[in-house]
Design a protein around this ligand. Structure first.
Ligand code: ATP
Length: 234
């Protein structure tokens, strides 16, 4: 479904992604592991068209997408739930969700889309008229994921969904992520809690200094001495 072939990106003259090759198949949940500054956020921003590819190829369902605008990429079926949640704080929960549907740019049955999202996140329904800025951190994360789902993505890019949240909320959000995956949406997950990421993922890649240095099934990675040493606390 998603295929990166030797993708490079630069910030000015500085190369950030260095010949990254990676795939995410239909319904797969793939995780990207790496230290701070390794290039994980840059990678998902590249896939969603926010950072331009300087060489290599990015394709989705056999179509080159590396010259498309971010909005055209959403229309193709890729939704991005960014690090730090970034909900529209002055808008209500409902208005935030509707913004997610507009991103898809075609006629939709808004009510049925909303009901689908509320099935995953009943709390958003209860709070639909509340300003997003007054939600708890966990609820804002749910809203950010819900807003991305309103675009009915085939592939969901999740950047650090557990950041800054209490463990009990993280568990709740990860159950929902697993559920979304089981219902057939492919997911590329960046997650600082590597242990948790490898519990839910099918496969993973390790990125260091903008380069993929290791890949394998979640089981292989969780048993890899390098991964254990560097990311699972020895
Ligand atoms: P973190 O988990 O800390 O967000 P990351 O793996 O997501 O790390 P990136 O945010 O992709 O890493 O950053 C990769 C490199 O690119 C870092 O060296 C960072 O300082 C640099 N970088 C990120 N954004 C920009 C930017 N807008 N301009 C210049 N350099 C940037």
């Amino acid at each position: 479904m998603l295929k990166l072939t030797q993708v490079q990106t630069h910030y000015g003259k500085v190369r950030v992604l260095n010949e990254v090759s990676l795939t995410v198949g239909d319904s797969e949940l793939v995780t990207l592991i790496g230290a701070n500054g390794a290039g994980k956020t840059t990678l998902v921003r590249t896939i969603s068209g926010l950072v331009r590819v300087t060489s290599g190829e990015l394709s989705f369902n056999n179509e080159r997408i590396d010259r498309l605008s971010p909005s055209d990429i959403v229309v193709r079926g890729i939704a991005h739930c960014p690090e730090g949640r970034k909900v529209f704080k002055d808008l209500t929960v409902l208005e935030n969700l509707i913004m997610g549907a507009y991103a898809r740019g075609r006629k939709i049955d808004l009510q049925s889309e909303l009901e689908e999202v509320y099935k995953y996140f009943p709390r958003l329904k209860e709070r639909k008229n509340q300003k997003a800025g007054t939600l708890s951190g966990g609820e804002q994360q749910m809203l950010a994921i819900g807003r991305a789902l309103m675009a009915r993505p085939k592939l969901l890019l999740l950047d650090e969904p557990s950041l800054g949240l209490a463990p009990i909320i993280v568990d709740e959000i990860f159950e929902i992520i697993t559920d979304i995956s089981k219902k057939g949406t492919a997911i590329l997950l960046i997650e600082q809690n590597v242990n948790l990421a490898l519990q839910v993922a099918n496969r993973g890649y390790v990125i260091e200094n903008g380069r993929i240095v290791q890949q394998g099934s979640a089981v292989e990675l969780s048993e890899s001495p390098q991964v254990v040493e560097a990311y699972l606390g020895g």
